[in-house]
Design a protein around this ligand. Sequence first.
Ligand code: GLU
Length: 475
Amino acid sequence: MKVRTRFAPSPTGYMHIGNLRTAIFEYLVAKHNDGQFILRIEDTDQTRKVSGAIDFIYDTLKLCNIKIDEGPNNVGKCGPYIQSERINLYKEYAKKLVEDGHAYYCFCTEERLEKLREKATLYKRPFMYDGYCKKLSKEEIQKKLANNEKYVIRQKMPKLGKSTYIDKVYGKITVENSVLEDQILIKSDGYPTYNFANVVDDHLMGITHVIRGNEYLSQTPKYNLLYEAFSWEAPTYIHVPMVLGTDGNKLSKRNGDASFMDLYKDGYLPEAIVNYLVLLGWSPNDNQEIFSMEEIIEKFDPARISKSPSTYDIKKLQWFNSHYIKKLNDEDYINLVLPFLEENYDLKDKSKEWIKHLALIYKDHISYGKQIIDEVKLFFTDTLNLDSDAEEFMKDPSITNTINVFKEKIENMEKWDKESINNAINETKNEANVKGKMLYMPIRIKVSGQMHGPELADTIFLLGKDTILKRLGGK
Ligand code: GLU
């Protein structure tokens, strides 16, 4: 049987990296087995729907080099792929369950349910529907339906025994049937619940492996009972642990920076994000850290997904991203950082060459595109603010002489190029009789205000003779 997996997001117009990681795992399981990856939109909660959200998901996955074999925008044989367009189908299946005695109509009013909830609170018990409508006679049901009374359809759960299944990550999961609520399958507005729609769709779409967050681990026995009731084969389950923020909390929209698109807009490379996310909760059998998509597809084995939650650490992501930035060719790198430069600085009287040179000297220094804004500030300002370490360093009495000697070399330079600048630095070394840190650091701090940065001669060259003399001039 061909392996088929699906990514089933709600169309919220937002994808945090935990969701994206699930999509990646789903894609990898499919492609590792030469299978297909399907996109299904779970929009049965109409209040969460955002326009343009489907294109947003397509764009996100495309950027991540994840190809959707079937979905709303490239419909295959199992369409439609948007749950709100499949409403009648769920009702049909639910009615079939009612006919076969696996589900029942429930006409309980909100007031009655509220009373049950209050009672549960009073006795400090979790709320569970009491099965009241299970006892209604056929005639009573017909009458209520004919009267257009509002109803939901509930699943009839066994009250005795246990349910067990095997999860690929968490192993054997067993629950007492007595804790399984007669859950709602079809809501009073005619829409299915996630609990019902996911089973019907996974079956009808031929899904062989279900990969999703571990919050569904304890719900899955209910889904298996539905598969049984329909005499369908249940899929293989791969529940994945949560991704937490560094504060130990579950990632949420409010955390802001955990959104894929925000990272992308800040100049993180999708390849780096994917590489980082794959290792968030999964590890290969060796210590390899950098993978191309092809390599990950080849190596991915869901049995190596960890059971414990992983922490989203932006510093680690930056490490991956800087690695990928260094590997970019110069043209792609310039395309990454140029928009940030153009948006934040006046480049009108700078030549193309100058801008390119400036961008390139930071290629090995930045972890994400947007970072270049702060890094190059010293090229666009008249005031340099030294931090306390730099201030401290400049107190050394030998520095005045070094700077004076260097300044004189610069004044006398005829040609303004890197070679001449390096010569001036070398001559200063001999004349002022200083070397290493005591040679470079005073010059670097004077011209850039910083103790670290790209090659000194590049910085000096790009700042230009006038600015350099001005900066050296001071004290
Ligand atoms: N729409 C569900 C969610 O976003 C999908 C869960 C699943 O993959 O079954 O949590």
